[in-house]
Design a protein around this ligand. Structure first.
Ligand SMILES: [Zn+2]
Length: 413
Protein backbone atom coordinates (compact mmCIF):
# COMPACT_ATOMS: atom_id res chain seq x y z
CA UNK A 1 0.00 0.00 0.00
CA UNK A 2 1.37 3.41 -0.97
CA UNK A 3 2.08 5.75 1.95
CA UNK A 4 -0.07 8.85 2.48
CA UNK A 5 2.99 11.10 2.54
CA UNK A 6 6.76 10.80 2.12
CA UNK A 7 9.19 13.33 3.57
CA UNK A 8 12.46 13.13 1.66
CA UNK A 9 16.00 14.12 2.68
CA UNK A 10 15.35 14.57 6.39
CA UNK A 11 17.88 14.47 9.23
CA UNK A 12 16.65 12.89 12.44
CA UNK A 13 18.07 14.40 15.64
CA UNK A 14 20.63 11.98 17.06
CA UNK A 15 21.38 10.44 13.65
CA UNK A 16 21.77 13.68 11.75
CA UNK A 17 24.87 12.58 9.84
CA UNK A 18 22.75 10.82 7.21
CA UNK A 19 19.73 11.79 5.15
CA UNK A 20 16.64 9.60 5.39
CA UNK A 21 13.18 9.40 3.88
CA UNK A 22 10.19 9.15 6.19
CA UNK A 23 7.01 7.47 4.97
CA UNK A 24 3.73 8.09 6.79
CA UNK A 25 0.68 5.90 6.51
CA UNK A 26 -2.60 6.05 8.45
CA UNK A 27 -1.19 8.47 11.01
CA UNK A 28 1.91 6.43 11.80
CA UNK A 29 5.48 6.18 10.58
CA UNK A 30 5.45 3.41 7.99
CA UNK A 31 9.15 3.50 7.09
CA UNK A 32 12.27 5.45 8.04
CA UNK A 33 15.30 5.06 5.78
CA UNK A 34 15.17 4.62 2.05
CA UNK A 35 11.68 4.89 0.58
CA UNK A 36 11.43 4.03 -3.15
CA UNK A 37 9.96 6.57 -5.56
CA UNK A 38 6.21 6.09 -6.01
CA UNK A 39 2.89 7.82 -6.42
CA UNK A 40 2.57 9.06 -2.84
CA UNK A 41 2.71 12.82 -2.26
CA UNK A 42 6.25 13.76 -1.30
CA UNK A 43 7.93 16.77 0.27
CA UNK A 44 11.65 17.47 0.05
CA UNK A 45 12.98 18.70 3.41
CA UNK A 46 16.34 19.63 1.90
CA UNK A 47 18.39 18.05 4.69
CA UNK A 48 16.60 19.86 7.49
CA UNK A 49 16.45 18.52 11.04
CA UNK A 50 13.36 16.63 12.15
CA UNK A 51 12.45 16.08 15.79
CA UNK A 52 9.51 14.08 17.13
CA UNK A 53 7.59 17.12 18.46
CA UNK A 54 8.88 19.37 21.25
CA UNK A 55 7.81 18.58 24.81
CA UNK A 56 6.89 21.25 27.36
CA UNK A 57 6.86 19.68 30.83
CA UNK A 58 5.98 22.76 32.88
CA UNK A 59 3.79 25.70 31.84
CA UNK A 60 0.92 27.60 33.48
CA UNK A 61 -1.72 28.16 30.81
CA UNK A 62 -4.39 29.22 33.32
CA UNK A 63 -2.45 32.26 34.54
CA UNK A 64 -0.83 33.28 31.25
CA UNK A 65 -1.52 36.68 29.64
CA UNK A 66 -2.30 38.60 32.83
CA UNK A 67 0.01 41.60 32.44
CA UNK A 68 -2.85 44.01 31.85
CA UNK A 69 -4.43 43.04 35.19
CA UNK A 70 -1.38 43.02 37.47
CA UNK A 71 0.86 45.82 38.67
CA UNK A 72 4.14 44.80 40.28
CA UNK A 73 6.92 46.98 41.65
CA UNK A 74 9.38 44.69 43.44
CA UNK A 75 9.53 41.79 41.00
CA UNK A 76 9.73 39.18 43.75
CA UNK A 77 8.15 35.74 43.91
CA UNK A 78 5.97 36.81 46.84
CA UNK A 79 4.68 39.83 44.96
CA UNK A 80 3.96 37.74 41.85
CA UNK A 81 1.98 35.18 43.87
CA UNK A 82 0.00 37.91 45.69
CA UNK A 83 -0.72 39.75 42.47
CA UNK A 84 -1.98 36.64 40.64
CA UNK A 85 -3.97 35.58 43.73
CA UNK A 86 -5.83 38.89 43.50
CA UNK A 87 -6.35 38.57 39.73
CA UNK A 88 -7.57 34.99 40.15
CA UNK A 89 -10.67 36.27 41.96
CA UNK A 90 -11.89 37.59 38.62
CA UNK A 91 -11.23 34.42 36.59
CA UNK A 92 -14.16 32.82 34.78
CA UNK A 93 -14.11 29.63 32.74
CA UNK A 94 -14.41 31.61 29.50
CA UNK A 95 -11.64 34.00 30.52
CA UNK A 96 -9.24 31.17 31.41
CA UNK A 97 -10.10 29.36 28.16
CA UNK A 98 -9.45 32.48 26.06
CA UNK A 99 -6.07 33.28 27.61
CA UNK A 100 -4.96 29.64 27.72
CA UNK A 101 -5.91 29.01 24.08
CA UNK A 102 -3.98 32.11 22.98
CA UNK A 103 -0.87 30.77 24.72
CA UNK A 104 -1.45 27.22 23.53
CA UNK A 105 -1.69 28.32 19.90
CA UNK A 106 1.65 30.09 20.23
CA UNK A 107 3.17 26.87 21.62
CA UNK A 108 1.74 24.82 18.72
CA UNK A 109 3.33 27.02 16.04
CA UNK A 110 6.64 26.80 17.92
CA UNK A 111 6.61 23.03 17.40
CA UNK A 112 5.37 21.91 20.83
CA UNK A 113 3.21 18.79 20.68
CA UNK A 114 3.22 17.51 24.26
CA UNK A 115 2.49 19.75 27.24
CA UNK A 116 2.12 19.29 30.98
CA UNK A 117 0.28 22.35 32.24
CA UNK A 118 0.07 23.17 35.93
CA UNK A 119 -3.32 24.46 37.05
CA UNK A 120 -4.10 26.18 40.34
CA UNK A 121 -6.95 24.81 42.42
CA UNK A 122 -7.99 26.05 45.86
CA UNK A 123 -11.22 26.78 47.77
CA UNK A 124 -11.64 30.18 46.07
CA UNK A 125 -11.08 29.36 42.37
CA UNK A 126 -12.45 25.85 42.84
CA UNK A 127 -12.43 23.87 39.60
CA UNK A 128 -13.06 26.87 37.31
CA UNK A 129 -9.61 26.87 35.68
CA UNK A 130 -9.47 23.07 35.57
CA UNK A 131 -12.78 22.89 33.70
CA UNK A 132 -11.55 25.41 31.13
CA UNK A 133 -8.39 23.37 30.58
CA UNK A 134 -10.23 20.07 30.29
CA UNK A 135 -12.24 21.67 27.49
CA UNK A 136 -9.06 23.06 25.91
CA UNK A 137 -7.48 19.58 26.06
CA UNK A 138 -10.36 18.15 24.03
CA UNK A 139 -10.53 21.06 21.56
CA UNK A 140 -6.81 21.04 20.71
CA UNK A 141 -6.16 17.28 20.73
CA UNK A 142 -5.57 17.52 16.95
CA UNK A 143 -2.34 19.43 17.60
CA UNK A 144 -1.13 18.76 21.12
CA UNK A 145 -1.46 16.24 23.95
CA UNK A 146 -2.21 18.12 27.16
CA UNK A 147 -1.49 16.65 30.60
CA UNK A 148 -3.15 18.59 33.40
CA UNK A 149 -1.34 18.81 36.75
CA UNK A 150 -3.41 20.34 39.57
CA UNK A 151 -1.57 22.03 42.44
CA UNK A 152 -2.18 24.31 45.45
CA UNK A 153 -0.19 27.48 44.63
CA UNK A 154 -1.43 29.22 47.77
CA UNK A 155 -0.59 26.32 50.11
CA UNK A 156 -2.28 23.05 51.05
CA UNK A 157 -2.03 22.41 54.79
CA UNK A 158 -2.31 26.11 55.67
CA UNK A 159 -5.34 26.59 53.39
CA UNK A 160 -8.29 24.76 54.98
CA UNK A 161 -10.51 23.02 52.42
CA UNK A 162 -7.83 22.94 49.72
CA UNK A 163 -7.23 19.19 49.88
CA UNK A 164 -10.93 18.53 49.24
CA UNK A 165 -10.70 20.69 46.09
CA UNK A 166 -7.57 18.80 45.01
CA UNK A 167 -9.44 15.51 45.42
CA UNK A 168 -12.38 16.85 43.42
CA UNK A 169 -9.97 17.98 40.69
CA UNK A 170 -8.38 14.53 40.45
CA UNK A 171 -11.83 12.94 40.37
CA UNK A 172 -12.80 15.37 37.57
CA UNK A 173 -9.99 14.14 35.34
CA UNK A 174 -6.71 15.85 36.27
CA UNK A 175 -3.81 13.68 35.07
CA UNK A 176 -1.06 14.60 37.54
CA UNK A 177 -0.83 15.98 41.09
CA UNK A 178 1.51 18.83 41.95
CA UNK A 179 2.61 20.77 44.99
CA UNK A 180 4.39 23.87 46.20
CA UNK A 181 5.72 22.81 49.63
CA UNK A 182 7.40 26.20 50.20
CA UNK A 183 3.91 27.71 50.60
CA UNK A 184 3.15 25.73 53.80
CA UNK A 185 4.87 26.12 57.18
CA UNK A 186 5.28 22.32 57.27
CA UNK A 187 6.78 21.66 53.84
CA UNK A 188 7.36 17.96 54.54
CA UNK A 189 3.74 17.68 55.63
CA UNK A 190 2.64 18.93 52.20
CA UNK A 191 5.03 16.53 50.46
CA UNK A 192 3.47 13.63 52.41
CA UNK A 193 -0.09 14.69 51.48
CA UNK A 194 0.79 15.01 47.78
CA UNK A 195 2.33 11.52 47.74
CA UNK A 196 -0.80 10.20 49.47
CA UNK A 197 -2.99 11.77 46.73
CA UNK A 198 -0.72 10.33 44.02
CA UNK A 199 -1.02 6.84 45.50
CA UNK A 200 -4.80 7.17 45.90
CA UNK A 201 -5.33 8.23 42.28
CA UNK A 202 -2.38 6.39 40.69
CA UNK A 203 -0.95 9.57 39.12
CA UNK A 204 2.52 11.05 38.65
CA UNK A 205 3.78 13.95 40.79
CA UNK A 206 5.29 17.31 39.80
CA UNK A 207 6.42 19.68 42.58
CA UNK A 208 7.48 23.31 42.56
CA UNK A 209 10.45 22.82 44.89
CA UNK A 210 13.40 24.45 46.63
CA UNK A 211 12.61 27.76 44.98
CA UNK A 212 15.11 30.03 46.80
CA UNK A 213 18.87 30.46 47.11
CA UNK A 214 19.74 29.18 50.62
CA UNK A 215 20.67 25.50 50.14
CA UNK A 216 21.00 24.65 53.84
CA UNK A 217 17.50 23.15 53.83
CA UNK A 218 16.54 21.10 50.77
CA UNK A 219 13.06 19.59 50.42
CA UNK A 220 14.37 17.48 47.53
CA UNK A 221 15.98 15.11 50.07
CA UNK A 222 12.54 14.38 51.51
CA UNK A 223 11.01 14.03 48.03
CA UNK A 224 13.71 11.48 47.11
CA UNK A 225 13.05 9.54 50.31
CA UNK A 226 9.30 9.51 49.68
CA UNK A 227 9.74 8.48 46.03
CA UNK A 228 11.68 5.45 47.18
CA UNK A 229 9.42 4.46 50.07
CA UNK A 230 6.23 4.74 47.99
CA UNK A 231 7.68 3.06 44.88
CA UNK A 232 7.07 6.26 42.90
CA UNK A 233 10.62 6.41 41.44
CA UNK A 234 10.45 7.49 37.81
CA UNK A 235 7.09 9.20 38.42
CA UNK A 236 8.23 12.33 40.29
CA UNK A 237 9.51 15.61 38.85
CA UNK A 238 10.61 18.75 40.67
CA UNK A 239 10.66 22.19 39.06
CA UNK A 240 12.75 25.35 39.66
CA UNK A 241 15.07 23.83 42.33
CA UNK A 242 16.99 27.12 42.15
CA UNK A 243 18.81 26.16 45.37
CA UNK A 244 20.87 23.77 43.21
CA UNK A 245 22.43 26.84 41.59
CA UNK A 246 23.80 27.80 45.01
CA UNK A 247 25.57 24.58 46.01
CA UNK A 248 29.29 23.95 45.41
CA UNK A 249 30.30 21.43 42.75
CA UNK A 250 31.04 18.56 45.14
CA UNK A 251 27.66 18.88 46.84
CA UNK A 252 25.95 19.04 43.45
CA UNK A 253 27.54 15.69 42.54
CA UNK A 254 26.16 14.15 45.77
CA UNK A 255 22.69 15.59 45.16
CA UNK A 256 22.73 14.51 41.51
CA UNK A 257 23.54 10.95 42.56
CA UNK A 258 20.71 11.09 45.11
CA UNK A 259 18.18 12.33 42.53
CA UNK A 260 19.29 9.76 39.95
CA UNK A 261 19.07 6.89 42.46
CA UNK A 262 15.60 7.96 43.62
CA UNK A 263 14.31 8.43 40.07
CA UNK A 264 13.37 12.06 40.67
CA UNK A 265 13.54 14.28 37.56
CA UNK A 266 14.40 17.98 37.52
CA UNK A 267 12.94 20.79 35.41
CA UNK A 268 14.75 24.09 35.02
CA UNK A 269 12.64 27.17 34.24
CA UNK A 270 15.26 29.68 33.09
CA UNK A 271 13.02 32.62 32.13
CA UNK A 272 11.19 32.78 35.46
CA UNK A 273 14.20 31.94 37.59
CA UNK A 274 16.36 34.60 35.95
CA UNK A 275 13.57 37.16 36.28
CA UNK A 276 12.68 36.56 39.95
CA UNK A 277 15.95 35.48 41.54
CA UNK A 278 18.14 37.79 43.59
CA UNK A 279 15.88 40.83 43.71
CA UNK A 280 17.58 41.85 46.97
CA UNK A 281 20.89 42.32 45.10
CA UNK A 282 21.75 45.59 43.37
CA UNK A 283 24.84 44.13 41.66
CA UNK A 284 26.33 40.71 40.92
CA UNK A 285 22.77 39.39 40.79
CA UNK A 286 22.74 35.58 41.20
CA UNK A 287 21.34 33.70 38.22
CA UNK A 288 19.36 31.09 40.14
CA UNK A 289 19.13 28.62 37.25
CA UNK A 290 19.50 24.96 38.28
CA UNK A 291 22.48 23.48 36.37
CA UNK A 292 20.49 20.69 34.76
CA UNK A 293 23.06 19.90 32.03
CA UNK A 294 25.41 18.88 34.88
CA UNK A 295 22.67 16.76 36.47
CA UNK A 296 22.15 14.98 33.13
CA UNK A 297 25.82 13.90 33.30
CA UNK A 298 25.00 12.35 36.69
CA UNK A 299 22.12 10.32 35.27
CA UNK A 300 19.20 12.59 36.26
CA UNK A 301 16.32 12.97 33.81
CA UNK A 302 15.98 16.71 33.17
CA UNK A 303 13.89 19.12 31.14
CA UNK A 304 13.88 22.81 30.24
CA UNK A 305 10.51 24.51 30.21
CA UNK A 306 8.68 27.80 29.78
CA UNK A 307 6.74 28.03 33.09
CA UNK A 308 5.04 31.43 32.91
CA UNK A 309 4.04 33.57 29.93
CA UNK A 310 3.20 37.28 30.12
CA UNK A 311 2.40 37.48 33.82
CA UNK A 312 4.09 38.86 36.95
CA UNK A 313 6.23 35.73 37.34
CA UNK A 314 7.65 36.20 33.82
CA UNK A 315 6.53 39.17 31.69
CA UNK A 316 7.96 37.52 28.54
CA UNK A 317 7.03 34.60 26.39
CA UNK A 318 6.77 33.39 22.83
CA UNK A 319 6.36 29.76 24.01
CA UNK A 320 9.42 28.76 21.98
CA UNK A 321 11.17 25.83 23.61
CA UNK A 322 14.06 26.23 21.17
CA UNK A 323 14.53 29.80 22.42
CA UNK A 324 14.23 28.66 26.03
CA UNK A 325 16.87 26.05 25.40
CA UNK A 326 19.12 28.71 23.84
CA UNK A 327 18.55 30.95 26.88
CA UNK A 328 19.58 28.08 29.16
CA UNK A 329 22.68 27.26 27.10
CA UNK A 330 23.71 30.91 27.18
CA UNK A 331 23.22 31.48 30.91
CA UNK A 332 24.64 28.06 31.88
CA UNK A 333 27.66 28.63 29.62
CA UNK A 334 27.05 25.56 27.48
CA UNK A 335 29.00 26.06 24.25
CA UNK A 336 29.97 22.73 22.70
CA UNK A 337 27.93 20.98 19.96
CA UNK A 338 27.45 17.99 22.28
CA UNK A 339 26.28 20.26 25.12
CA UNK A 340 23.81 22.02 22.86
CA UNK A 341 22.49 18.66 21.66
CA UNK A 342 21.75 17.87 25.31
CA UNK A 343 19.87 21.18 25.55
CA UNK A 344 17.69 20.12 22.58
CA UNK A 345 17.21 16.73 24.22
CA UNK A 346 15.90 18.50 27.33
CA UNK A 347 12.99 19.95 25.31
CA UNK A 348 12.37 16.76 23.32
CA UNK A 349 13.35 13.13 24.05
CA UNK A 350 14.42 13.59 27.67
CA UNK A 351 11.32 15.70 28.41
CA UNK A 352 9.26 12.88 26.94
CA UNK A 353 10.90 10.49 29.41
CA UNK A 354 10.11 12.87 32.28
CA UNK A 355 6.44 12.79 31.23
CA UNK A 356 6.56 8.99 30.83
CA UNK A 357 5.22 9.33 27.29
CA UNK A 358 4.78 6.05 25.45
CA UNK A 359 5.46 5.89 21.71
CA UNK A 360 7.67 8.99 21.48
CA UNK A 361 10.16 8.98 18.63
CA UNK A 362 10.54 8.78 14.88
CA UNK A 363 10.50 5.03 14.23
CA UNK A 364 8.37 2.59 12.31
CA UNK A 365 4.99 2.03 13.92
CA UNK A 366 5.04 5.09 16.22
CA UNK A 367 2.47 7.91 15.79
CA UNK A 368 3.58 10.23 12.99
CA UNK A 369 4.31 13.24 15.21
CA UNK A 370 7.18 15.43 14.06
CA UNK A 371 8.45 18.95 13.64
CA UNK A 372 10.82 20.20 10.95
CA UNK A 373 13.36 22.75 12.17
CA UNK A 374 15.14 25.14 9.80
CA UNK A 375 18.65 23.80 10.54
CA UNK A 376 20.76 20.70 9.95
CA UNK A 377 21.90 19.69 13.44
CA UNK A 378 20.79 19.80 17.09
CA UNK A 379 23.64 22.20 17.91
CA UNK A 380 22.50 24.60 15.17
CA UNK A 381 18.91 24.36 16.39
CA UNK A 382 19.96 25.75 19.76
CA UNK A 383 22.79 28.12 18.82
CA UNK A 384 20.79 29.74 16.00
CA UNK A 385 17.29 29.42 17.52
CA UNK A 386 16.13 27.55 14.42
CA UNK A 387 12.55 28.22 13.39
CA UNK A 388 10.04 25.38 13.29
CA UNK A 389 8.68 25.20 9.73
CA UNK A 390 6.22 22.31 9.68
CA UNK A 391 4.39 20.25 12.30
CA UNK A 392 2.68 16.89 11.79
CA UNK A 393 0.54 15.27 14.49
CA UNK A 394 -0.71 11.79 13.77
CA UNK A 395 0.39 12.37 10.18
CA UNK A 396 -1.79 15.46 9.79
CA UNK A 397 -0.24 18.88 9.26
CA UNK A 398 -0.87 21.14 12.25
CA UNK A 399 1.04 24.27 11.24
CA UNK A 400 3.20 25.71 8.51
CA UNK A 401 5.64 28.54 9.03
CA UNK A 402 7.29 29.54 5.76
CA UNK A 403 11.04 30.07 5.94
CA UNK A 404 12.07 33.73 5.68
CA UNK A 405 13.06 34.92 2.22
CA UNK A 406 15.35 37.71 1.11
CA UNK A 407 14.03 39.93 -1.68
CA UNK A 408 17.19 41.11 -3.43
CA UNK A 409 16.90 43.99 -5.90
CA UNK A 410 16.99 42.98 -9.56
CA UNK A 411 20.56 42.74 -10.79
CA UNK A 412 21.93 43.34 -7.30
CA UNK A 413 24.41 41.15 -5.44
ZN1 LIG B 1 5.54 26.66 37.68
Amino acid sequence: MAPDLVLRRARIAGEEDRLVDIAISRGRFAAVGVVPEGDAPAEDLGGRLVVPGLVETHIHLDKSCLLDRCTCHKGTLEEAIASVTAAKRGFTEEDVYQRASRTLEKAIVQGTQQIRTHVEVDPRIGLTSLRALLQLKRDYAWAVDLQICVFPQEGLLDDPGCEEVMVAALEAGADVVGGAPYMDRDSHGQVARIFALAERFGVDIDFHLDFALDPTHLDLIEVCRMAETTGWSGRVAIGHVTKLSAVPGERLVELGARLAAAGVAVTSLPATDLFLTGRDHDHNVPRGVAPVHRLVEMGVTCSLSTNNVLNPFTPFGDCSLVRMSNLYANVAQVGTPAGMAVCLDMVSAMSARLLNLPDYGIREGAPADLVVLDCDSPAAAISEIAQPLIGLKGGRRTFTRPAAQLHRPEGGL
